[in-house]
Ligand binder design. Structure first.
Ligand code: GLN
Length: 304
């Protein structure tokens, strides 16, 4: 086994001593309160050996990382029918871009931009009896950890300021690509984004995507082909208009969130999560991107 602990220690030391750390997201007021000095890395290998450094056991808002989990859940319930309502092309645009929806008749470019995730939320609402509870249970089951929860304050904070998401939902509704009540869909969406997890919980939750659909509790959630599709979408669409840059620098399927988390994985090998709340101009964690670039370069472990 490579000397992973030594490698992440070195990356951590360099990162925390760097003065340029990016900017904490402020458009969701609750997120602006997070201390920019936090930095954690957690790595879980496919045989469940773990390595961590820094704040890898501190809870943070997973935000858009949740879009991978809602997609996985929707795929397990609905299968291929999803792709009639959302496309699979990189957007090359920021996560809250609305313009493309108009030219594309209300079909979001992919499930990881906000409009796409709102459609996935709508699909879940149509198929679940108690959507918020059922989704939380799905995530808890993947992690074997019932302590995982929504942060109601963050969900409310976004509800009060999420005007672009309200616009996206209205636009989708006007194109008849939302089945449920707009407020109910957005309430679910804001809650899924507000889930809090630690880096070590996230490497556990994402384990099934590195392990052909089978989670650490040995339950099969998705088929090989569904896992292939989600990993492909993470590679091509996981970082909005910086997806090309992430593939170029890091070379792994991954997903970021404006809470400063990034999860990336190498199928059959490992899952790695970084958390540093300072974001770059495209809304991705600045130190996280750098740390993952250093990690795949030093270990020579990427899909390329
Ligand atoms: N909840 C955030 C939003 O909808 C998620 C964005 C993100 O993490 N990129 O704006």
């Amino acid at each position: 086994m490579r000397d992973y602990q030594n490698i992440i220690n070195g990356i951590y030391e360099k990162a925390i001593n760097q003065s340029e750390k990016g900017t904490v997201a402020t458009y969701i007021p609750e997120l602006a309160k997070v201390d920019i000095a936090n930095f954690g890395i957690h790595l879980r290998t496919i045989n469940n050996t773990c390595f961590g450094i820094g704040e890898y056991d501190t809870l943070f808002s997973i935000q858009s990382i949740s879009k991978v989990l809602s997609l996985a859940y929707a795929m397990s319930l609905v299968g291929e029918a999803i792709w009639k309502r959302v496309d699979v092309e990189p957007s090359g645009h920021p996560f809250n871009q609305l313009a493309l929806l108009e030219v594309e008749n209300g079909i979001p470019r992919n499930p990881f931009i906000n409009s796409g995730a709102i459609v996935i939320a709508d699909i879940l609402l149509s198929h679940l009896d108690d959507p918020k509870t059922d989704f939380l249970n799905f995530v808890r089951q993947l992690c074997d950890d019932d302590s995982i929860n929504y942060n109601e304050t963050v969900a409310l904070s976004e509800k009060q300021t999420g005007f672009k998401n309200v616009s996206a939902a209205n636009l989708l509704k006007s194109f008849k690509n939302l089945e449920n009540d707009i407020d109910a869909v957005l309430d679910f969406y804001f809650h899924q984004c507000s889930i809090e997890m630690t880096c070590s919980q996230l490497t556990k939750v994402f384990y099934f995507l590195a392990n052909n659909g089978c989670c650490l509790q040995n339950k099969l959630h998705l088929t090989n082909s569904q896992v292939k599709r989600i990993n492909a979408l993470m590679l091509t669409c996981g970082f909005y208009d910086e997806a090309g840059e992430f593939a170029f620098e890091v070379g792994l399927p991954g997903k970021s969130g404006v809470g400063g988390g990034i999860v990336a994985l190498l199928p059959d090998n490992f899952i790695i999560t970084t958390w540093s709340p300072g974001l770059n101009k495209k809304g991705n964690s600045l130190l996280g991107m750098q740390a993952l670039e250093a990690f795949t370069t030093q270990t020579k472990q990427s899909i390329f």
